[in-house]
Design a protein. Structure first.
Lengths: 113, 114
């Protein structure tokens, strides 16, 4: 099936550092979503992007919908210990109004105090 | 409190013994979906439902069944579980058209098939 390639697979950083992760695909998407999963819980939506080029912030988080509609990135500024978790990108394919949502493989973030 | 509730949270079973994982949402959402999460593979969609009595296959439907007899419930059925179905399962729901109404996830069911 369709795939999203998310990188990096994992990151181990110092508290206070900035973080960047991205998702790419060979297909065009009409929606990009970024989720965070805390240990033992389900993913929770962080940011939703609906237009090519859109740049959206949520506190220390910033995400962008790539101009080509085939990629998206998520930045976290000044990381703190509670940023620890797994971050997933997800997308809905262009010209598609079905219920299929495709997830990336996830980026596991660890923050050292 | 608005939520998606899955049961059980943990389940250990043996190969071939039929099981059902229940999912219920109290938000009157039309859309519901099941995912499995495996290391290095992210979340993969098993089945989804756009409304009552409407279900469709996701990317990995083999070995699973679902039903949507009423809006609030969307059970996942494994008729004859196998060890490769050992995974972390998530149910999710959304108010309507998926692109504009992001998913609310349950807290997961960890299934082990021996």
């Amino acid at each position: 099936g369709q795939q999203l390639n998310q990188s990096p697979q994992s990151m181990f950083i110092q508290e206070g550092e900035d973080v960047s992760m991205n998702c790419t695909s060979s297909s065009i998407f009409n929606t990009w979503l970024w989720y965070k999963q805390d240990p033992g819980e389900g993913p929770v939506l962080l940011i939703a992007l609906y237009k090519a080029g859109e740049l959206t912030s949520n506190g220390r988080l910033t995400a962008q919908f790539g101009i080509t509609r085939k990629d998206s990135f998520l930045n976290i500024s000044a990381s703190i210990p509670s940023d620890v978790g797994i971050y997933f990108c997800a997308g809905q394919l262009g010209r598609s109004n079905t219920g299929k949502l495709i997830f990336g493989q996830g980026t596991t973030l660890q923050v050292k105090p | 409190e608005a939520q998606v509730t899955q049961n059980p949270r943990y389940l250990i079973t043996v190969t071939g013994k039929k099981l059902t994982v229940t999912c219920s949402q109290n938000m009157n959402h039309e859309y519901m979906s099941w995912y499995r999460q495996d290391p290095g593979l992210g979340l993969r969609q098993i089945y989804y439902s756009m409304n009552v009595e409407v279900t469709d296959k996701g990317d990995v439907p083999e070995g699973y069944k679902v039903s949507r007899k009423e809006k609030r419930n969307f059970p996942l059925i494994l008729e004859s579980p196998s060890p490769n179905q050992t995974s972390l399962y998530f149910c999710a729901s959304s108010p309507g058209i998926l692109a504009r109404t992001p998913l609310h996830f349950g807290n997961g069911t960890r299934l082990t098939v021996t």
